[in-house]
Write a protein that binds this ligand. Structure first.
Ligand code: SUG
Length: 425
């Protein structure tokens, strides 16, 4: 059993429509020209960097866009939809695979299976129609029912945003772990601030987190539900993975990530005596710097005997306060030994860093459909399909053009054909 990172390939409709209230980068980018080809190639380069570190890499495919079935269920189509509905139907948001599902490795689950619950993403309209496509793909990629149980989303009104609000701490990936579910409000699906009390919606509801823990048959003694701090949500941490990340026995978090950090850390220390908790003080890196640089949205990965590496967006290197703090971190004798900056500016401009683009699954790769695993050669073909078919630029005005809708549909089909995944069409 090892950790496999499944990255969402950036879809050919990647654009900046400003659809996610509370996601400051996406709101700032609204109306700008987007570069889908460059975005997707940046994602491929990030996967190459992971392969170069010796990691096992998987992929998830773009969903069908425009989503005509969703528009039809709303009594509309691309020609008739208003600008907002049209942008919702064109969103390439399935690229952020950390929101695809919550994953509990077999070692944590009562029945010894790896459980996944697809996220309903109900808080944002453009993301609320992802789950059907995600469920179909996960049931194919992880279709071996001897090893995987893939659950449908928890029902509305309980908002669930998947692994972006879930952390797992363990002595080794294949040993029983402590699962931490971080939520932003108590449930009920209120629009707006809800219990966070701030200007932005808290997208993960406690009831959804608790339901996922039950569905996955987790041991309550090894399961922690922790509230996100209202100040983090108000500062733009629309998911916990913008202010905290865990891997193995290490939790790396901003001082202001959690509502009651001392209670969380005490429970973690009791449940996993070897845990190392690395807190970045607000005095060194403010919440604003953490959110603009996305340092916590790194992929914290184990490199065997060489300790851990943090795969970070290059924005973290560009922020002098953040970079100085990180330099001090790796110079010390702690578990994080290497910093690996990657260039993801297109995804970052929509609020998606390295960790947003990947879904972690602890599994034996031999039990995964090999069409969803990649090596360097397969990444070369994927890059060739992207270079040949992905639009170079999409502006907000382009979203009305039928020729763009056709290009986007065709580009995805070309990729599915190249990967022998025509059944997802
Ligand atoms: O849900 N952005 C995504 C970014 C998701 C990042 N994921 C994690 N933190 N794990 C979101 O807000 C962009 C909206 C637009 O296209 O207008 C968007 O949906």
């Amino acid at each position: 059993m090892i950790e496999i990172n499944f990255d969402g390939i950036v879809g050919p409709s990647h654009n900046f429509a400003g659809l996610s209230l509370g996601n400051l980068a996406a709101t700032r980018s609204a109306g700008a020209a987007a570069h889908p080809r460059e975005a997707a190639l940046q994602g491929v380069a990030k996967m190459r960097a992971c392969l170069d570190l010796g990691l096992t890499q998987g992929i998830l495919l773009p969903h069908t866009r425009p989503n005509a079935a969703w528009l039809a269920a709303l009594g509309s189509d691309m020609a008739g939809a208003d600008a907002v509905l049209r942008a919702n139907a064109m969103s390439a948001s399935p690229m952020w695979a950390a929101n695809a599902a919550t994953v509990s490795p077999a070692a944590d689950c009562g029945d010894g299976m790896c459980h996944l619950t697809v996220a309903n993403l109900q808080t944002m309209p453009h993301r609320s129609h992802e789950w059907q496509g995600t469920l179909a793909q996960l049931r194919l990629a992880l279709g071996d029912a001897r090893h995987f149980a893939v659950h449908s989303p928890v029902p509305s009104p309980f908002g669930d945003e998947g692994a972006a609000n879930h952390m797992r701490l363990c002595s080794r990936h294949d040993a029983p772990g402590i699962e931490v579910f971080v939520y932003g409000e108590g449930g009920g699906g209120e629009a707006g601030g809800g219990e966070s009390g701030g200007p932005f919606p808290a997208r993960q509801h406690r009831e959804a987190s608790a339901a996922v823990a039950r569905l996955h048959r987790l041991d309550p003694a090894r399961t922690i539900l922790a509230a996100q701090s209202a100040e983090a949500i108000a500062a733009g941490a629309f998911h916990n993975d913008v202010v905290a990340v865990a891997n193995g026995h290490v939790l790396f978090a901003h001082e202001q990530a959690f509502a009651d950090p001392d209670a969380l850390y005490a429970r973690l220390r009791a449940a996993l005596p070897g845990v190392e908790i690395i807190i970045v003080p607000a005095g060194a890196v403010s919440l604003a710097d953490a959110i603009s640089s996305y340092l916590f949205n790194g992929q914290l990965v184990s490199l065997g005997d060489e300790g851990m590496a943090l795969i970070l967006p290059s924005e973290a290197r560009d922020n002098p306060r953040v970079w100085a703090w990180l330099q001090g971190l790796v110079a010390g004798n702690g578990p994080i030994r290497r910093l690996v900056p990657v260039e993801l500016r297109q995804s970052m401009a929509n609020g998606g860093g390295p960790a947003c683009l990947r879904l972690r699954v602890v599994a034996d790769p031999a039990t995964v459909d090999p069409r969803f695993l990649v090596d360097a050669a397969k990444l070369d073909w994927i890059a060739a399909v992207i270079a040949a078919h992905w639009p170079e630029v999409i502006t907000p005005e382009d979203l009305v053009r039928p020729a763009l809708w056709d290009q986007v549909r065709g580009a995805r089909l070309a990729l599915l054909a190249a990967l022998d995944l025509g059944e997802l069409a």
